[in-house]
Ligand binder design. Structure first.
Ligand code: 26Q
Length: 818
């Protein structure tokens, strides 16, 4: 612990912030605006974290403890200041001291830009994992790329999405420490030559293009924990400031272009989520991250333990977050074979005992496979290693499944001129994990069944989780305090304690307080909506929120069509009783995903229609919130009455937003998919609104064609009406073709499968379930009883539980004993 910690009392803290203003910025307090006060506060916190980080590193060295390296192309960290203050138990002190300095803590906290180095679920999960790993005192390091531009900023202009670069580093990243002395070199291209030296095959790599990888470490605190782990971010830096040969020929511009090209590698995060484009630059990024990380791991290992690599699996476990960092596997083989001169078999043994893998999606378009014509020239040695792994795999498969050509092809790493990344992981990793129980079942019985049959013990399902510190204590402090006032504060680290809240569901006073806090959160959100969307919403209306990436399988479209249906009913029957509702959407679409963008346009068109029609205005409002990110989620989730989790069954691997809403006491309307299945089990089916086709039923629909869609279109008049509104009437006033593509995809599909996401099939069940929700909302005792139970039953979804399970089944780390 830092002996001179400024966190002794308010006076020392205040002095530290004022000192920072002086020593870092040469300013007196009187001349410092909120921005500088934010920076000074963050620097004070950072100092403390760095002290603890150094102590942690020292301790790890003494203990020779095993570490997990969690490699991920994405870490969606969001803001850090408030979270660090909370973890260090300094929230009250900061609030008071900043007040004395003449600023509001909330204002200061919001100055920090989000670290948006991720798309959605997979990236946010990685961030929650770091929080839990550290809180639970496990030695862990996150590894990713220091993208200069994170996920794009979304603006909605004339109802359409536009993208703006997210230059989050504009004012520097306060939290990181640059470590120039630990740079690593990553090689691309060139040619390889095999030569025999003293009876041993040596591989020489000629003419590679070498790019420096510069590490930046970003300290990660845990709740009340002494440990400080860190996230390592690699930045690409060209070896040459300029190309002298070209420069000397007078080609000034050309002489720096190569440099720009090298540094492009860490320029921008790919914005596709479950809908990727196979671009060469992305492949370069994946190898850059993998190679820098593995070279570093081996270097560190040698420093500590020498060259006894057989020990590596006892000291290091590497977890790859989906297939994106798969090249770490052949990269480790390369280093051990070519640089450390180990034999193939011992290398294979080490690698297969070191790597574990989690799959996050069953969407076929998101399963990575790279064309050989891209991979081989970019990474010739890596390719030759993959080829050898594949060769040996095929020999093995031929023994296990003799002459089953089809199976061999399906299981091969190299087939159809592509490198199949999931198969490389399946053939190599000692643990293969799905992210919810349904998802794991689908992997084991379906997608990865052939591999699961060979080694079933490698396959497991560990359900995702979320950190309670950020996703309730920080974002909904009043609710958190209310819970603590009843059951003590242990539940924040001991998730099982949360169920002690269950009896309070029957306590009318408690329910009243619970509701009161929701109303306050709704008021805050309503003010935000007024400011940003200029829409007035009714605080007593039910706030129905769907916030997640935009993808057809997540079915924002189903939600939109239901709103249109409600609109029609009100117009048709204006005097009928109606539960007032505010529908709130927040979603980014990948810039190249045309239909997803079109769905955003449709939702905004529906919003415009509904919000400007005085006939429905006291009953219905629709809001599309711009630029969904972690910070907006922190405001949105605590204000939700109803959470929409309505993916096509079998498609959403887990979902984690669903858990965040549940924890904050929103009820869920959802399909029986991903972690919704487990939510149902935890809270009881009477306290969640499940509708629609089940995963097996969806599968049947894909197998056989039928007239189901056509028949529904003909027989269900209200559905018919809504579908026709996509082509005719006020929604398409200016452009009759605006939503024709959506209409076509619903009725005819893209590849001859009509309604590929079951929007038409699930429409009626969804409408009926929404009707039930609306009725229940009017019965306050019933509603708030369910709401409290949702919070009380959310304990299982703590990422602390997830991490403890990963550790028991896969990592086998020891908690630091201080
Ligand atoms: C791959 C190759 C090239 C470019 C991009 C990609 C790419 C990037 C991101 C592919 C997929 C992703 C993201 C996937 C993702 O976020 N999956 C979500 O993971 C969550 C955590 O496990 C689950 O809760 C969600 O159900 C799942 O959709």
């Amino acid at each position: 612990m830092n002996p001179n910690t400024p966190f002794q009392n308010k006076t020392t803290l205040k002095k530290a912030i004022i000192d920072k203003l002086m020593t870092q910025f040469g300013k007196n307090l009187e001349d410092a605006g909120p921005e500088l006060i934010y920076q000074a506060s963050a620097l004070v916190v950072k100092d403390e974290l760095l002290h603890r980080m150094a102590a942690t590193n020292k301790k790890d060295k003494e203990d020779a403890s095993k570490k997990v390296y969690y490699i991920s192309m994405e870490f969606l960290m969001g803001r850090s200041l408030a979270n660090n203050i909370l973890n260090l138990m300094q929230s009250d002190n900061f609030k008071k001291v900043l007040g004395e300095l003449g600023v509001y803590i909330d204002e200061i906290i919001q100055i920090e830009p989000d670290a948006g180095l991720g798309n959605g679920g997979l990236g946010r999960l990685a961030a929650c994992f770091l929080d839990s790993l550290t809180t639970l005192e496990y030695p862990a390091i996150g590894c990713t790329i220091r993208y200069e531009y994170g996920l794009f900023k979304q603006i909605i202009k004339d109802g359409k999405q536009e993208e703006i670069p997210d230059w989050w580093l504009e004012n520097g990243n306060i939290w990181e420490v640059k470590r120039t002395d630990e740079k690593i070199q990553v090689s691309f291209g060139g040619e390889i030559e095999n030569i025999w030296v003293n009876g041993k095959l040596k591989v020489i790599h000629h003419n590679p293009r070498i790019i420096n990888a510069i590490p930046y470490d970003f300290p990660v605190s845990g709740y009340k924990s002494k440990r400080v782990n860190y996230l390592r971010l690699w930045q690409a830096q060209s070896m040459e400031r300029l190309n002298m040969a070209k420069f000397n020929k007078g080609l000034y511009l050309e002489s720096i272009v190569d440099r720009e090209d090298d540094e492009l590698v860490s320029k921008v995060l790919y914005p596709e989520d479950n809908n990727p484009e196979g671009k060469k630059l992305r492949l370069k990024q994946e190898y850059f991250l993998s190679s820098a990380t593995i070279q570093w791991i081996i270097k560190e290992f040698k420093k500590k333990y020498g060259s006894d690599f057989a020990k590596l699996p006892d000291k290091v476990v590497i977890h790859i977050n989906d297939t994106h960092p798969t090249l770490a596997i052949p990269e480790m083989m390369r280093i051990l074979l070519d640089e450390e001169e180990l034999e193939w078999d011992e290398t294979w043994d080490i690698v297969t005992n070191t790597f574990a893998f989690t799959n996050h999606t069953v969407m076929s378009e998101a399963l990575e496979s790279w064309p050989i014509y891209l991979l081989q020239p970019l990474l010739p040695r890596i390719f030759s290693i993959i080829k050898e792994i594949n060769q040996r795999l095929m020999e093995k498969l031929n023994r296990i499944y003799p002459n089953d050509r089809q199976k061999h092809e399906y299981m091969a790493i190299l087939s159809n001129d592509h490198v199949n990344m999931p198969n490389l992981c399946l053939a190599t990793c000692f643990a293969i994990n799905g992210v919810s129980s349904l998802h794991s079942q689908i992997l084991i019985n379906d997608l990865f069944a052939d591999y699961a049959r060979i080694k079933p013990e490698k396959f497991m399902g560990i359900t995702n989780g979320i950190t309670f510190r950020r996703w309730i204590d920080h974002c909904n402090p009043q609710l958190s305090s209310l819970i603590t006032s009843k059951i003590g504060n242990d539940w924040l680290i001991n998730y099982k304690e949360l169920e002690k809240l269950k009896p309070y569901a029957n306590d009318p006073d408690f329910r009243r307080e619970f509701k009161f806090i929701r109303q306050k959160n709704k008021r805050k959100l309503a003010a935000y909506i007024k400011e940003h969307n200029n829409i007035e919403v009714d605080l007593d209306s039910m706030f129905i929120v769907q916030a997640k990436r935009l993808h057809e399988y997540k079915r924002q479209l189903l939600n939109g069509l239901h709103i249109l249906y409600l609109y029609n009913r009100i117009i048709e029957n204006p005097d009928k009783a109606f539960t007032p509702r505010t529908f709130i959407f927040a979603a980014k679409a990948a810039p190249g995903y045309t239909r997803a963008k079109n769905i955003i346009e449709l939702i905004n068109a529906i919003a415009k229609l509904v919000n400007n029609d005085p006939r429905v205005n006291d009953k219905l409002k629709v809001v599309f919130l711009e630029n969904y990110n972690v910070s907006i989620a922190e405001m949105l989730i605590p204000a939700a009455d109803l959470s929409e989790q309505i993916s096509t069954a079998g498609k959403e691997a887990s979902g984690t937003g669903n858990m965040k809403f549940m924890l904050n006491g929103a009820l869920t309307i959802g399909s029986y998919d991903g972690a919704n299945v487990e939510m149902t089990k935890e809270v009881g089916e009477e306290n969640i609104y499940i509708f629609g086709l089940r995963a097996e039923e969806v599968k049947e629909r894909y197998k056989y064609s039928s007239n189901e869609v056509k028949e529904l279109y003909i027989s269900d008049y209200e559905l018919h009406q809504v579908l026709e509104q996509l082509l005719h009437g006020p929604l398409v006033e200016n452009n009759q073709n605006a939503f024709r593509d959506i209409y076509q995809s619903l009725l005819f599909g893209d590849y001859g499968i009509p309604d590929p996401y079951m929007v038409i099939r699930d429409f009626r069940p969804y409408v009926e379930m929404q009707r039930k929700v609306a009725m229940d909302y009017l019965d306050e005792d019933l509603w708030w009883r369910k709401a409290v139970l949702n919070t009380a039953c959310a304990g299982f979804f703590s990422s602390d539980r997830t991490i403890e399970t990963y550790n028991e089944l896969i990592w086998h780390l020891e908690k630091t004993k201080w």
